[in-house]
Design a protein around this ligand. Structure first.
Ligand code: COA
Length: 410
């Protein structure tokens, strides 16, 4: 095969010798279309940080010439996640009970590609393609059935590389919703009680209600027990339950209030920092002014833009769900609660990612300017030898209303 393979060596990342080279490429790579605002990532000295919480992970680097210059890298992870659902055997006996009892999840071994970067001075030489191919070899060796990746719909290089060269199909287009952390606390409706669930109660709730949601990780317990998981919060109408009277998730779900909502918070701030670049002088000054006004008159509750032009930290809300006519309002209250937690932790923004069809997204406050309406998820089936099972080829399945975005893959 032609291309750069004669001079390029792809091998596993070695922290001792590659740290500087990898950070240098990362610094020079903007993610996002040029000419607009773009986002830079500072991995705080740990290039593997964005995959290391997954059950299996690998980082590869591309090294060039005699100088052994690092010119590209890619990260990948593998886990078991839900790709669909099927009727459970005793569905008939449960027919009169809750809808959720009738289905059980179908799991698959799912690989994820992220953090692909090629140094701007070495692009269009086939290095990105080579890195993806080598990562997919590792996925196959480890039994992964599907591989997926996420990219900004406007990122022509990445979209073309994955869809036209590597065989990924455009699978889902969820939205990344980002809200700045203001200088004031967000008031929470007095008609809502927020209960903090311990990880074991959160696990029961998630497994019972969300395990059939696409991308739900089978090892949800390791997500919830990870030190980066800051907690799971349940919102109920005031007067139904309090932290003291909460009967445990099993009993709660057997007889839930008419409406309830849940979300969990993940601390990305300790994993990486982000920075917005390319903002015009006017925009920066505007942001600064609103910040000063906010500090001077906090009682006005003016929204103010945090300092996004210096590196800032992020909290990620995941596992957002709920039921009942007031679920959207309860989600809104939970987002307010998460905002206040992020403020206490010194974060610049709170973000989440939800399906484009997610009904609860109406309750998630966000700024359009900071958000991404269509994050493109590409999906590929890695082998043809797998049984079709009850789901068939997942890449051809219709999207559900919700997806479960694993915070380990942010
Ligand atoms: C996306 C990226 C990794 C591609 O790396 P690369 O080494 O230049 O890609 P390759 O040379 O292997 O390109 C393979 C194919 O991808 C497509 N492609 C790559 N860059 C492209 C571009 N700028 N415009 C259109 N298609 C492009 C082409 O089909 C190309 O094949 P061809 O050269 O035979 O036409 C690189 O542009 C990059 O680091 N971008 C910034 C970070 C980023 O956006 N990462 C992706 C996040 S998922």
């Amino acid at each position: 095969m032609g291309g750069p393979e004669g001079v390029i060596v792809v091998r596993e990342f070695d922290r001792n010798k590659d740290l500087w080279g990898v950070e240098d490429v990362e610094r020079r790579c903007e993610v996002g279309p040029s000419g607009k605002l773009s986002l830079f990532t500072d991995l705080l000295g740990d290039p593997i940080c964005r995959v290391r919480n997954s059950p299996a992970f690998l980082m590869l680097v591309a090294e060039m010439g005699k100088e052994k210059e690092i010119v590209g890298m890619i990260r990948g992870s593998i886990k078991t996640a839900t790709c669909g659902k099927k009727l459970c055997r005793n569905a008939k006996t449960n027919a009169n009970k809750n809808e959720h009892i009738k289905h059980v999840p179908v799991y698959t071994k799912l690989a994820y590609i992220l953090g692909l970067r090629v140094s701007p001075s070495h692009r269009r030489m086939g290095i990105g393609f080579m890195l993806v191919r080598r990562m997919e070899e590792w996925f196959r060796e480890n039994g992964a059935e599907y591989s997926y990746m996420a990219t900004d719909n406007d990122n022509l290089a990445s979209v073309t590389l994955f869809t036209q060269k590597c065989g990924y199909s455009k699978f889902r287009t969820p939205s990344i919703l980002v809200n700045p952390v203001f200088a004031h606390r967000v008031p929470i409706s007095s008609r809502v009680s927020v209960i903090c669930l311990d990880p074991s109660e959160a696990e029961i709730l998630y497994r019972r209600r969300f395990s059939t949601t696409e991308f739900f990780p089978r090892d949800i317990d390791s997500v919830l027990n990870n030190k980066l998981s800051l907690g799971t919060f349940l919102a109920v109408p005031r007067g139904t339950f309090t932290a003291e009277s909460f009967p445990g998730s099993d009993r709660f779900l057997s007889d839930p209030p008419e409406s309830w909502a849940v979300l969990s918070v993940w601390n990305c701030k300790d994993v990486f920092a982000l920075e917005v670049r390319g903002a015009s002088y006017v925009r920066r000054t505007l942001a600064k002014t609103t910040r000063m006004v906010d500090r001077a008159f906090p009682w006005l509750h003016l929204p103010s833009v945090p300092e996004l032009f210096k590196p800032f930290g992020l909290h990620f809300m995941y596992g957002i769900g709920g039921e009942g006519p007031d679920a959207v309002k309860l989600v809104k209250a939970l987002c307010g609660y998460a905002h206040n937690l992020a403020k206490a932790c010194g974060c610049g923004v709170v973000a989440t990612e939800v399906s484009s069809r997610e009904p609860l997204r109406l309750g998630i406050p966000h700024w359009k300017k900071l958000s991404c309406a269509e994050d493109l998820w590409g999906m590929k089936r890695l082998g043809e030898g797998y049984s079709e099972g009850s789901v068939g080829d997942w890449t051809k399945s219709k999207p559900g209303l919700s997806i479960f975005v694993d915070p380990r893959e942010i």
